[in-house]
Structure formats: C-alpha cells, structure tokens
Write a new protein. Structure first.
Length: 401
C-alpha cells in the first residue's frame, strides 16, 4: 500500500520514493509508488500534477485501492527503481485555497440561511456549490460573504484527522459522511466540522478573500459560482478592466456608469420603437408601390416580386400589408439566397387558396411549407431559377377561373 504523504504534510513539494509497480489501463501508462505526495482525484478535488523521475505526471487516480500516477510519455521505469518526484505546487496550493474556501462559504450559507450544500465542483477557473434553496438575493449573498471573510481574517486553524464511527455522534457535523470507514473530518476551529478527503491549508488566512461571482437556478436549487485567493485577485482585476473600458467608451466615471447605462438603454428602446414605426411606414409605401405595378387579370390583381436574402418575416408582413390594402390581390413574394423561400397570400375577394398555390409551386423544387388559404409560406433548394419559379406560380394564378 502506498504511504499517503499528502495527509502528513500538505506543504511538501518534492519527495523520494520507490516504484512498486508499473502498468497500463484505459487512462494510459502508470506507476505505483511506495509513498507519494500526489493527491489523487477525489472528494471534489482534482488530482495533483508534477513529475516523477523527470517524466510528466498528467493525472493521479485511485483505482481498485491503488494510487495510479499516469505518465505523459513512456520511459524506462521499473519496479524497485528509486525516483525523485515533485508536485506542481502552484496548482496544489490553488486547489487547497479553493477547497478550504468552499468549506467556509458552505458553512456560512448553512449558518446564516440554513442553506445546505448538496453539490460541489472545483474547476480550473472557478468553484461551484449547489444550495438546497429556491433562490438567493444580493443582500443574502453579501451577508454570507461578510461572515466568510471574517472567518478568513481571523486566521483560524484548519485541522484534519481520521475518526472512528463511534466518535462521529459527538461532533457537530455540517453534513454526514458518505463512507463507513476511514472517515476523515476537516475542522475549522469553532466554525465547521465536515467529513472530507481533500487537502487544505493550515489556517483560514491562507484561503485569501472569497468572492461570489454569480449564481443561477439549477434543477430547483441554486448554483453559486465563486473564487478564492489568487483567483479572486484575477477576477477583480478582470472586472475592473471591464469597468474601466466601459467608462472610457461611455465617457463617464465608474460611479456614473449605472445611470449612464440606464439612460442608454432607455434611448435604445425609444430608438427601437421609432425605427420600428419607420420600417412599418416604409413597408406601407412598398406595398402601395407593388400594388401600383400589379398585373390586372379578370378579377384579380397579381402582385409578384423577388429579392435576395430578404428575411421571411419581412415578406410575411409585406404580404399582409398588400392584401389588407387590396382585397382582390394575390401576392407572390420570393427571396433567394442559400435557398429559395416564398410567401403567397390572397385578399378576401379571391377564391383561390394560397396554400394550394404554394404546394404546387414547392413541388417544382422539392420544397416544404404550410399555411392556410389566406397566407402560406415555404421554401426549398434553388433547383430552378427564381424567375422561372415566379413565372410558374404566376401562370397558376393566371389560369384561375
């Protein structure tokens, strides 16, 4: 069995060991050591990385009771071979900070809001916890952050030890262990007692500032995203850069940024309404222009036209404008681009069905569509020239009784 040096001293960075086994599985080539500082993936914490005998360690997993160190390349490593190894300390300490920060933040949510942590993920960029509550407010989050920061600044001791099941009943555990043996309890002095197999710093001050980034509703609960330590400094720096850039672009101070954005959003809404009204007026003029050029049949005014890459919603609105203005109109509107699309419509005085005209026309290009007798739309591949298709549809209208 491998001696777990990472539980004896979480701050050691390199060590001497002896290879006791080499092997290969679906994850790659691996070695087992008689002792290791490499923490394997588990307890919500990713594994350590580093080097063994100069070979990159790309992952460490606990498989069938073995701590397998997966190697990035093949080397002549063999059982009973002595090796020098070292872990990626920057990665290790970052995960130690984040994991301890999760304990502190979860305990603060539990104490102040009775919000139980039911899920935890420690990622490379941020950490998430899932809380058994329907929602959160900024006021609640800021209250929790203040308590978490107080625990950090008080620099309380963090300790971990294995306990017997019989002792658990006497401990004020925040959550119950998920295993029946080798139960390890991580304690934050006079604040939190949690079963955990992860690696943590010795004192809360090493966690650094804890910053909640945001949260969202997730499967009836709330998922909170946060960072600790150096990740907090990076997040604040990124947010500060965004604020500075926004202030520069809007030519205002950061203090006035919110009011400036509110004003711009209001102006955008007003401009959008004005633009919508202007487009509607232009479409009315366009409808009138198309009607003025309509082909006069016995009882029908045939309107047909085509454009390139015109949005279908515009064709639909234009068709409605035309048949509302002229009850004897039949409207055939086309747009070409990657495919051919079309909108057919009829006025109230016209007996022909728009969807039947569309069905016959779409059959020429193997297209699909649908609608009702008043207005229909569809499209297909451009196996015919759009002008030929317009003529085909127009001839159907010309042949109407």
């Amino acid at each position: 069995m491998t001696e777990k040096l990472y539980y004896q001293d979480a701050y050691s960075r390199d060590f001497q060991a002896r290879i006791i086994k080499t092997g290969s599985d679906e994850h790659g080539d691996y070695v087992l050591l008689d002792r290791t500082l490499f923490y394997p993936t588990g307890g919500g914490q990713p594994s350590d990385l580093g080097q063994i005998a100069g070979v990159e360690v790309v992952g460490v997993e606990l498989v069938n009771g073995e701590i397998r160190h997966y190697l990035g390349e093949k080397r002549e490593l063999h059982p009973d071979m002595p090796v020098h190894a070292r872990i990626d300390w920057e990665r290790r300490f970052d995960f130690m900070q984040q994991h301890a920060g999760q304990h502190i933040l979860s305990a603060a949510f539990a104490e102040l809001l009775q919000a139980e942590t039911v899920g935890f993920h420690l990622g490379r960029e941020h950490v998430t916890i899932d809380l058994a509550v329907p929602d959160l407010t900024w006021e609640e989050v800021e209250q929790v952050e203040r308590l978490a920061d107080r625990i950090v600044f008080e620099n309380r001791q963090i300790s971990a030890r294995f306990v017997e099941p019989a002792e658990l009943a006497s401990l004020p555990l925040r959550k119950q262990p998920t295993v029946d043996e080798n139960i390890r309890i991580v304690t934050i002095a006079d604040f939190d007692y949690s079963p955990c197999g992860g690696i943590h710093p010795a004192r809360t001050g090493e966690v650094g500032p804890i910053l909640v980034l945001d949260w969202e509703r997730y499967k009836g609960q709330v998922r909170v995203r946060f960072v600790c330590g150096q990740r907090t400094r990076k997040a604040v720096s990124e947010q500060r850069s965004i604020l500075q850039q926004a202030s520069s672009e809007l030519k205002t101070s950061q203090q006035e940024l919110t009011s400036q954005i509110t004003r711009l959003l209001s102006e955008k809404t007003e401009l959008g309404e004005s633009l919508k009204a202007a487009r509607e007026q232009l479409m009315q003029f366009e409808a009138q222009e198309l009607l003025s050029r309509a082909e006069a049949l016995r009882t029908i005014k045939l309107v047909s036209s085509s454009w390139e890459n015109r949005p279908m919603p515009e064709l639909q609105r234009l068709a409605k404008q035309i048949i509302e203005r002229e009850s004897s109109a039949v409207c055939l509107l086309f747009t070409s681009g990657a495919n051919i699309q079309m909108v057919f419509a009829r006025g109230q005085e016209v007996q022909a069905d728009a969807n039947q005209l569309l069905k016959s026309t779409l059959a020429q290009i193997g297209g699909k569509g649908g609608g009702n007798p008043n207005i229909a739309q569809g499209g297909g591949t451009d196996t015919l020239n759009v002008e030929e298709l317009i003529q085909y549809a127009a001839n159907l209208v010309r042949e109407l009784p």
